[in-house]
Design a protein around this ligand. Structure first.
Ligand code: NAD
Ligand code: IPM
Ligand code: MN
Length: 394
């Protein structure tokens, strides 16, 4: 049985990087039925809303969704982005996993994705005044924190909960809830940090952090900051999980400054496809093959301009995708020759829900940039599933 994956290329560099991610999915040899649909500015240009109804339905019926990026200067500010926000809400993908990994750093940012300032009501604007509402319920905070703590159990067992509890009531509720949830995970250390000084600590001693759990807006900002650690935002993937189909997208945006030139880094999108295989298609071998292929490609010096060493030749988006694809095919062929064809199996059962995500979020995300010229880091050992059905679970 084929798994159903919807591609939403979107705007700017979105279609360029999604094409390479699709090439890499195909290179795994898995039986995946792909459908493509418009979202964002591309949908608006076709005379549809930013999230057209057929796109919404297709995504809700799929096993997983892979999105490029939305937005850009050609459209009313925020309008294409509203399509993505509606999609996240429709899919109920409340937990956004943003791994950042280099030789020295292994972070997992767990960002709340369907609450907070992005969705709070009331929300309005006149010429003289504007209101956004920052609202969180204990339940929204709890379910996200459980994702973070379970993920930490498969990693270095340290959760840093980031808030602004010295100022915001929502953050005080966040911190109190984090303390209560932490009590259910005595094997995981929990510390609290204020977002302003955490932003500094993240640059000063990133290796000191493991799982970072935070609210929607803080997570958005901190994950772009963390991209500096990886060497380029073009490297970072993400998985957004709820209880239905997952949504997978690179952390970067539509990059209008480089769109249409064939120079965008496709690795974040390709690694998002690997996360899709791991979380929703239950194909960990294929996910491993993609992640290894990305690491090898970069270690071999095949990299786009954002990563190419000074004076070194930069590869195009397509050249990086082709190189990664070739390495995936070689790995799959070698596995098949060795009599291990597990990589071709795909199950179209329910996506790993956010509640179980802790067992599957340790995959390497951001390989060392080629400029580092160091051997690629060894893949982290997939953790033993550690998702006991805690009574405390929401
Ligand atoms: P951006 O992430 O698009 O770009 C920031 C910088 O990073 C730019 O210099 C860009 O060239 C570079 N960059 C981004 N992706 C890259 C890649 N794959 N390879 C190499 N370099 C890359 O952020 P922005 O400029 O603030 O936003 C542009 C538009 O994208 C806005 O409309 C924003 O709302 C939208 N956006 C969408 C998403 C999404 O769809 N998930 C995410 C972020 C921003
Ligand atoms: C991201 C983006 C989105 C966000 C925008 C485009 C709505 O910046 O995915 O990081 O703020 O969540
Ligand atoms: Mn962002």
């Amino acid at each position: 049985m084929s798994a159903r994956v919807v591609l939403l290329p979107g705007d700017g560099v979105g279609p360029e990087v999604v094409a390479e991610a699709a090439r890499c999915l195909a290179a795994t040899g898995l039986s995946i039925e792909i459908q493509t649909a418009p979202i964002g500015g591309a949908a608006l240009d076709a005379g549809a809303p930013a999230l057209p109804d057929p796109t919404r339905r297709l995504c809700l019926d799929a096993d997983a969704v892979l999105l490029g990026a939305v937005g850009g200067p050609a459209w009313t500010p925020g309008l294409p982005e509203s399509g993505l926000l509606q999609l996240r809400q429709a899919l109920g993908v409340y937990a956004n996993l943003r791994p950042v990994r280099t030789d020295a750093v292994d972070l997992l940012i767990v960002r709340e994705l369907t609450g907070g300032l992005y969705f709070g009501q009331p929300r309005w604007r006149t010429d003289e005044e504007a209101v956004d509402t920052l609202r969180y319920t204990r339940r929204e905070i709890e379910r996200l924190l459980h994702v973070g703590f379970r993920a930490a159990r498969g990693r270095r067992r340290l959760v840093t909960s980031v808030d602004k509890a010295n100022v915001l009531e929502t953050s005080r509720l966040w911190r109190a809830t984090a303390e209560a949830v932490a009590a259910a995970y005595p094997d995981v250390a929990c510390q609290h940090a204020l977002v302003d000084s955490f932003a500094m600590a993240l640059m000063q001693r990133p290796e000191a952090f493991d799982v970072v759990v935070t609210e929607n807006m803080f997570g958005d900002i901190l994950s772009d900051e963390a991209a500096v650690l990886a060497g380029s935002i073009g490297l970072l993937p993400s998985a957004s999980l709820g209880d239905g189909p997952g949504l997978f997208e690179p952390v970067h945006g539509s990059a209008p400054d480089i769109a249409g030139q064939g120079i965008a880094n496709p690795c974040g999108a390709i690694l998002s496809a690997a996360m899709l295989l791991r979380h929703c298609l239950h194909a960990p071998d294929a996910a491993d093959a993609i992640e290894s292929a990305v690491r090898q490609t970069l270690a071999a010096g095949v990299a786009t301009r954002d990563l190419a060493p000074d004076g070194g030749r930069a590869a195009s988006t397509a050249e990086v995708g082709q190189e990664v694809g070739a390495r995936i095919r070689a790995a799959i062929t070698a596995a098949a020759t060795a009599g291990n064809s597990a990589g071709t199996a795909v199950t179209s059962q329910a996506c790993t829900s956010a509640r179980r995500a802790g067992s599957a979020v340790t995959s390497p995300a951001a390989p060392a940039p080629a400029a580092a010229a160091a051997p690629a880091p060894a893949p982290s050992t997939p953790s033993t599933p550690s998702t006991p059905e805690e009574a405390s679970r929401p």
